[in-house]
Design a protein around this ligand. Sequence first.
Ligand SMILES: [Fe+2]
Ligand SMILES: [Fe+2]
Length: 468
Amino acid sequence: MNMYDRIPNNVNLDKDPRLQRALEKWLPNYLDWWREMGPVGFQEKDVYLRTAVSVEPDGWAHYDYVKMPDYRWGIFLAPPEPEAKIGFGDNYGKPAYQEVPGEFRNPLRRIIVTQGDTEPASVEQQRQLGGACPSLYDLRNLFQVNVEEGRHLWAMVYLLHGYFGRDGREEAEELLRRRSGDLDKPRILQAFNQPCDDWLNFYCFTMFTDRDGKYQLCALAESGFEPLARTCKFMLTEEAYHMFVGEAGVGRVVRRSAQLMKESRNGDARELGGVPLDVIQKYVNFWYSYSLDLFGGEVSSNSADFFAAGLKGRYRERELFEDHVAADGVLKIEVVENDQVKSREAPLRNALNDVLRGEYAKDCERGLARWNKILADEGVAERLYLPSRRFHRRVGEYAKHRFDVHGAQISRDEFERRASEWLPTALDREYVRSLMTPVSERGKIANWIAPPPTGTNHQPFDFEYVRS
Ligand SMILES: [Fe+2]
Ligand SMILES: [Fe+2]
């Protein structure tokens, strides 16, 4: 089998023997990692998966039965823009970097490694879920997300091998050595070390944490380092599906809970084996707050440096802004000074993490509104909400202080006392896990979740998405 067969690509891999050899050496290590840390128990099953075969709108969505280790993880970049320019920062308007600019080599490598590390991490977090799937439809969705995260790792490893030489190759090996949640070799970002061991966690993770991925990729798709921009543009097409899985998944749990609340004499979904809305709310609080951390500090010199260098732009930099240099604007940021929340002016470039976080929060709000519409349609009065951006933060301005879900500052003691109102307790998690007995009969679905309105790729819900 030649390399082109094994690694589908649109980067002319066959014309670059050095890169081809490097990836050839990395491939078996990747497969070892996949077999060791990928989905448990389903490696030899035929799964109805979509594979990227080209970047054309109609070409890439090819569906067929595949065993996951045989998935064609490829390298696809969006087509190059003729005469691409750096779109922002101090070098605005100059030709885009086609090679790594020497003076920005370290920050650029760090950006790519940090993004790359999240991809295998999420596969590791989700590896046990197959054994507790609510339906074959959901099982397929999980595996689709998993193999695409594997492909995202390939995308970042391609950049490391292709543009960073020896230290890039070493970083690529490290990406396979760290392990989600491991005490000695954890993944880089904390959201990716949290357990994701039940399906409500999975849906919240794909809703909130994959959505962080979308905003990071959007900012990197603006990058003046063109290979990175083109890589991220194509990854975004896959990311959209992951967020669909999350938002629709939580929505289906919400719908089913509302139905069970109405059926139960006491209005309690738990009585009939559903997930109570207050438990769903705690999961939302948990994953939303961890995902907010992924944007970094509210006031950040890194964000200013990345922007100045033309490495990481703003969300939809080209369309939404006129001033792409942003050298002298200021923004009001809420910071904690002398133990009190105060509004302070920060140079715009230093506030870009928070600007991106704001776009992300708006997007999450739209999801919450759709879940609340489901509750309204089902005739249930309760509503879900997003907690304050200050709540339960581990990174940035609010990390050293404690806030309730409304954003009011409280003491550490009060937070400890009331944490079980806001965040999943061991008992909540145990209860949710207790519901997750696997349902893998065609057309059947677990009691705690509503079926999807349609199947995948025009197939019916009772299609055999994973062959037994
Ligand atoms: Fe990803
Ligand atoms: Fe994703």
